[in-house]
Design a protein around this ligand. Structure first.
Ligand SMILES: [Zn+2]
Length: 272
């Protein structure tokens, strides 16, 4: 699933292609997306058609196309979603579900084989999914706020970091990487880490910024706005490396699954 660095990479690739370009049409496949919900094409047309894209932004794992003071199109890529600009005369990829026609002959295409992603439009400030998000770790979170949020939380730090209402944008990959960098065991109670909030935040940022610098982590499906795979998989310290020696101490990396989600960690560098 694309996490913050993958979504950021896509946004950086899309922004120069979309900013200032007028949307001329909206097309939908008619297939329902996430939670079997139909795409509201009427709302998409009302927000986008006839208007230029004012801005392309990211909040957590969401892509935001701004069309007015607060109106916008919201895209979540789910597991296998892709958002790309293609020439209108180029054949559409299989599983293309939403297409915004652009003045000048290109199309912004959302494709998603597994259909866990979604596309919606309307007032951004009033959107419940966006309103529920915690602070973005690159732009809005500081160590004092993180320490405050950790206070009294008995849940494991891994669950805390994955909870989008606490911090927006992290998933299995970057949680594993951040906890390894911080030397924290994934099952440590979040509330016990208050004093380590500055180091934890620095580790989260280092993991995310490394991912962005290498244009995202491609394990299977992810590609950027140009259709290119990211280079970050080779730089991962623990994720996907079960049984391999820890780069820091040589101990074999372990994998554990909690609530169906895998975490990779070094049992020597990350003690309970
Ligand atoms: Zn180690």
């Amino acid at each position: 699933m694309p996490e913050l660095p993958e979504v950021e990479t896509i946004v950086r690739g899309l922004a120069p292609r979309l900013r200032g370009r007028r949307v001329t049409s909206v097309w939908g496949s008619g297939k329902p997306l996430h939670l079997r919900r139909a795409v509201d094409l009427r709302a998409l047309r009302a927000v986008a058609v006839g208007h230029p894209v004012r801005d392309v932004d990211r909040l957590g794992k969401y892509i935001l196309l701004g069309f007015g003071d607060d109106e916008g199109v919201i895209v979540h890529l789910g597991m296998t979603g892709r958002l790309r600009v293609s020439p209108a005369d180029e054949a559409r990829a299989p599983h293309t579900h939403v297409v915004l026609g652009l003045a000048g002959g290109d199309e912004l295409r959302f494709s998603d084989p597994r259909r866990f992603g979604w596309v919606t439009a309307g007032a951004l400030a009033a959107n419940p999914a966006l309103a529920a998000l915690g602070p973005d770790p690159l732009t809005a979170l500081d160590a004092a706020a993180l320490a405050e949020a950790l206070t009294g939380v008995r849940a494991p730090i891994k669950a805390f970091l994955l909870d989008q209402r606490r911090i927006a944008g992290l998933g299995n990959i970057y949680v594993s990487e951040a906890l390894h960098r911080a030397g924290i065991h994934p099952t440590t109670a979040a509330g016990k880490l208050r004093r380590r909030a500055p180091a934890l935040l620095a580790a989260i940022r280092a993991a995310l910024e490394g991912g962005i610098a290498r244009r995202g982590t491609t394990l299977r499906d992810y590609v950027d706005a140009d259709g290119q795979r990211g280079d970050n998989a080779a730089a991962l310290l623990v994720y996907g490396r079960e049984g391999e020696p820890c780069a820091r101490c040589g101990t074999a990396i372990r994998r554990r699954v909690d609530g169906g989600r895998a975490t990779f960690f070094c049992p020597a560098c990350q003690r309970r």
